[in-house]
Design a protein around this ligand. Structure first.
Ligand code: SF4
Ligand code: FE
Length: 492
């Protein structure tokens, strides 16, 4: 008798359970002007689902790395759903992220939810302390359900923002930031749109959060809540990626990374009802800023994911040098050293931020904000330089190769096999495949994750510079200088 498969409502434990849990949800997903029947079966969407499935496989293979014992359920849960209980828990997130970046070569999409869980855990506690509300207990109940069921959580922070010089309540169209349009006895109704939503279609629940500091007149915009991805009133408009339609062509070479990709979509929230037990902030506008600051502190060191993706690109650049027979050339070796230096600098600052974690009033652990901002700021630059060096080592064929259809063509295939050959003993196809991978990561689908997301994800470069300026303690530095220079100006 065949093993019984996953059934709706069962806990999701394995990647097969996860894939089955996505099937038949009848989501309102749009791509190329058409409603997508089943995202799971769509060749452009499926690689992004595979990337999340890898987080379940890793949890099975390496429970030490990708699971943790939860104080909420008393059971082991996927680390992406875990509330950090120690410094080691925060550090372990970074180790897991590097490994998943290395395994997938792209964005595996679950860190937004993980970082939302940990920032909301402490912020809901602080709101309750200040206002006597019940948000923390509600949030813990939600989390307990999510941990028991093994759900994938998406975090929705980035509003579409309209006129960037104006706040939410000053916009001529009030819907440009997500807001409460109705308060009822049984809950609230929300409306608006969230942009660049990583992995939203591949999730089970979405944690909606405000995107910026709010004032008293923005009260209706101060909303945090959980909504099921299947909620009626949600529309998902898929963000297309460079070279995405290659996934619809026959063959597996030209896509570069046939298995994995990231996913971003716009979510239109058209009057979605949220019951009170899933509302975790309602009007306490002064807590929007601490929430954004805590979330970005976690998320900006989550970008060590890019050091794992960088491992793949550095490996690809080294392989192409080997295949071309130039692996011993001193400039090639030096470029690979430079790439590793940049990559480890990203990882080092992210890990340092996590090692410097402190206990919050709510009892979970939060990483250092300054070092996290420095980490993310490196990420806005170094992957671009690593990508430039990878293209340098790849040579011009990284962007002039013929298609797989010619490589397998009856007449042209043997000619290309002869004239695209490199070092003796290296199959031409291997050289072509690694060049396509470099193309994929620096210009194609996964350049979205490796480059553009590195620039803008978790905040564009200026957002980190503002935080670095705020956290730099310049007065303390001036005092240190004055003391050693023997300056006594009466201010000490
Ligand atoms: Fe995680 Fe990195 Fe993707 Fe953000 S960009 S969700 S940190 S893998
Ligand atoms: Fe991101």
């Amino acid at each position: 008798m065949a093993e019984p498969g996953w059934a709706k409502g069962d806990p999701i434990r394995t990647s097969d359970d996860y894939l089955e849990s996505l099937r038949g949800r009848d989501l309102d997903v749009w791509l190329f002007g058409e409603r997508v029947d089943e995202p799971l079966d769509h060749p452009i969407i499926r690689p992004s689902i595979n990337a999340i499935a890898e987080t379940f496989d890793l949890a099975e293979r390496r429970p030490d790395l990708a699971t943790a014992k939860s104080a909420i359920t008393g059971e082991r849960v996927n680390r992406f759903l875990h509330v950090t209980e120690s410094v080691d828990d925060v550090v372990a997130q970074n180790r897991m992220q590097r490994e998943l970046g290395r395994l997938t070569g792209t964005c595996f999409q679950r860190c937004v939810g993980m970082d939302a869980v940990n920032s909301l855990y402490s912020v809901t506690f602080d709101v309750d302390e200040a206002h006597g509300t019940q948000y923390h207990a509600r949030f813990r109940n939600f989390l307990e359900m999510a941990q028991r069921q093994g759900y994938v959580l998406g975090g929705a922070m980035t509003d579409v923002k309209g006129d960037r010089s104006k706040g939410p309540s000053e916009q001529s169209d009030p819907d440009l930031f997500v807001r409460i349009v109705e308060r009822r006895d049984d809950g609230v109704v929300i409306r608006g749109a969230k942009a660049h939503q990583t992995g939203c279609i591949n999730s089970h629940w979405i944690l909606v959060m405000p995107t910026m500091r709010l004032t008293a007149s923005d009260r209706d915009y101060a909303v945090v809540c959980a909504i099921p991805v299947e909620a009626s009133g949600l529309t998902y408009i898929y963000g297309r990626q460079a070279c995405d339609t290659r996934a619809m062509e026959p063959g597996s070479i030209d896509v570069g990374n046939a298995q994995y990709s990231g996913q971003e979509a716009m979510i239109i929230i058209d009057d979605v009802f949220v019951p009170w037990d899933k509302v975790f902030l309602d009007g306490e506008h002064e807590f929007a800023a601490p929430l954004v600051e805590r979330f970005t502190a976690y998320h900006r060191r989550s970008y060590v994911c890019k050091s794992g993706v960088g491992d793949v690109l550095i490996g690809a650049a080294a392989l192409v040098a080997d295949y071309n027979g130039v692996e011993r050339a001193s400039h090639v070796r030096d470029k690979l050293v430079e790439m590793n230096h940049l990559n480890e600098t990203i990882y080092g600052t992210g890990m340092a931020a996590s090692h410097e974690s402190f206990r919050t009033a709510a009892g979970n652990y939060e990483n250092d904000g300054m070092l996290a901002n420095v980490c993310k700021h490196h990420v806005t630059r170094f992957p671009f330089e690593i990508g430039r060096l990878a293209q340098d080592l790849a040579g011009g064929f990284v962007s002039t190769l013929p298609s797989e259809a010619e490589l397998t063509h009856e007449r042209l295939g043997p000619l290309l096999d002869k004239y695209l050959a490199a070092k003796d003993g290296v199959p031409t196809e291997h050289r072509v495949r690694v060049l396509r991978l470099i193309e994929n990561m620096t210009m194609g689908r996964n350049a979205v994750g490796y480059l553009t997301e590195s620039m803008h994800g978790a905040g564009s470069p200026q957002a980190q510079r503002i935080q670095i300026a705020r956290l730099a303690d310049m007065e303390g530095k001036k005092e240190a200088a004055k003391r050693l220079a023997g300056i006594d100006d009466g201010t000490r």
